[in-house]
Design a protein around this ligand. Structure first.
Ligand SMILES: C[S@@+](CC[C@H](N)C(=O)[O-])C[C@H]1O[C@@H](n2cnc3c(N)ncnc32)[C@H](O)[C@@H]1O
Length: 455
């Protein structure tokens, strides 16, 4: 017979990155996912680790005294935001202290810490959302929104989400109503039967251009003409729908894989404008999700690079070529490497659009492509995905022996792991600045300037 799990109650005494809370019960340390310092919680105890016990928060019994805001009505059900109940100043302080203690824990010290920069907007800042079709409860009516916190199958209809522009909510409601009327079923992730899978919406916040991508299985037919007309005739949408895609995806995993991509209306990209430059963005190209925050982030990178002219700059993990193009006036030549071909095509077109002829983009994996780079860089910019730099790639990058490196990171855990390698191999951490690209969520961006220690 399975042993009954122990349920305990305690106050959260600390919150560490990323979104883990610590408390004590009797003489034991308990670490749980979620929670805010000062909350009294009911927790079910799980596995014993070396020096702590894993716990799962079942219920918040008492709010923390720091929770003074009402925030978004969905935030307890939806897994997207954690800090909706804090004032923005408290959220920034919390994030800052979490990042600094990560650096301290790894023994990374003696750098110039330049603080945390606010996001220009804390509401309506997101320019891209990936919604899932499903039901709010098993066999309930069709729903479209985000996964319920900690649940894989249930979907919360996030019609009052406050971190997206209002057009996202209008499009969500219009699409949901349309498919409810048509009685088209969602794709059931348990038995892999059904049709509707995802709805991806991207809105360039500086130009108001919108692209929409409907993702379904191939188990049913959609009247794409009718679907498209319903959206383009929706008067409530303030922005301008410039393109609609219809994607078929029969893969068993929940990620969006493309078996067939059809442009059913308009053109396949939006144009966003940042720091005076134009960027074409296609549905599968990476682009910072906080447009106005991206201006601040790239300005920090530009400040860290300084005004000294560099000859050769490498922009590794270059996406649609944003950083490469922003740095282009300060160097002879920039070479970007990016794995998503579509993003590289965007980057090349963007450079043309912006009249820049000293930027070059290579499509491929950084790990492999750095072997083919022949020029010696003065400066390397690294902006990897959440997993950080591949352990073999990091050594190849350091072998170029650049005078300076700027590391832009969306995951401080992998950032500090990678910084230790740079330090071991002769680099000094000069400056660190945090940028809150993701208000109300647990995530933070960090920018780090490193310089080679001369012997
Ligand atoms: C955090 S984004 C940065 C993009 C860009 N610097 C920007 O600010 O828009 C990371 C990028 O790395 C790309 N990427 C992921 N793994 C890669 C790899 N092994 N080699 C090259 N690029 C990769 C992703 O497609 C994504 O565009």
């Amino acid at each position: 017979m399975a042993r009954k799990k122990k349920i305990v109650e305690f106050e959260i005494t600390d919150t560490i990155f990323p979104n883990k809370s610590i408390g004590r019960y009797e003489d034991k340390t308990i670490i749980c996912k979620g929670g805010i310092k000062g909350q009294k919680v009911r927790v079910v105890l799980g596995r014993k680790k070396n020096d702590y016990i894993e716990g799962k928060i079942l219920e918040v019994l008492e709010k923390s005294p720091t929770e003074t805001e009402i925030g978004c009505p969905h935030h307890l059900a939806c897994g997207g935001c954690t800090y909706q109940s804090l004032t923005y100043d408290r959220e920034l302080k919390l994030k800052e202290s979490q990042i600094l203690s990560l650096f301290e824990r790894e023994g990374i010290e003696k750098f110039n810490y330049l603080g945390i920069e606010k996001s220009p907007n804390i509401e309506g800042y997101r320019n891209k959302m990936e919604y899932t079709f499903g039901d709010e409860e098993k066999d309930g009516p069709l729903s479209l929104g985000l996964h319920r916190k900690g649940r894989f199958y249930e979907v919360v209809e996030v019609t009052q989400c406050n971190i997206v522009d209002r057009d996202f909510t209008i499009i969500l409601k219009e699409v949901l109503n349309y498919f409810k009327e048509k009685k088209i079923p969602h794709y059931n992730k348990r038995n892999h039967i059904g049709v509707l899978r995802h709805l991806v919406v991207r809105k360039a916040l500086t130009t108001g251009e919108i692209i929409i991508n409907l993702v379904t299985s191939s188990q049913g037919e959609i009247d794409t003409d009718e679907f498209k007309n319903r959206l383009i005739n929706c008067k409530e949408i303030k922005g301008n729908i410039v393109g609609i895609f219809y994607t078929k995806n029969d893969s068993l995993s929940d990620a969006i894989k493309v078996d067939e991509l059809n442009l059913i209306y308009g053109r396949g990209y939006v144009i966003e404008e940042i720091l005076g430059l134009k960027f074409k963005i296609s549905p599968f190209s990476f682009f910072q999700t906080n447009t106005f925050g991206a201006e601040t982030l790239y300005s920090i990178v530009r400040d860290f690079v300084g005004n000294e002219k560099n000859n050769i700059v490498y922009d590794l993990y270059s996406g649609t070529g944003t950083i490469a193009q922003i740095l282009s006036p300060f160097c002879e030549k920039v070479i970007g490497i990016e794995i998503v071909e579509e993003a590289v095509e965007n980057a090349r077109e963007n450079a043309k659009l912006n009249g820049l002829d000293n930027v070059e983009f290579i499509a491929g994996d950084v790990l492999k492509e750095v072997n083919n780079l022949k020029e010696t860089p003065d400066l390397i910019i690294i902006d990897p995905p959440r997993d950080g730099i591949h352990p073999k790639a990091i050594n190849k990058i350091i072998d170029f022996n650049p005078k300076n490196l700027v590391y832009v990171s969306c995951n401080p855990i992998t950032l500090v792991r990678d910084l230790k390698v740079f330090i071991e191999r002769g680099y000094k951490i000069e400056k660190v600045k945090c940028m809150d690209m993701f208000p109300r969520t647990v995530h933070v961006e960090c920018v780090v300037l490193m310089s080679r220690v001369e012997n």
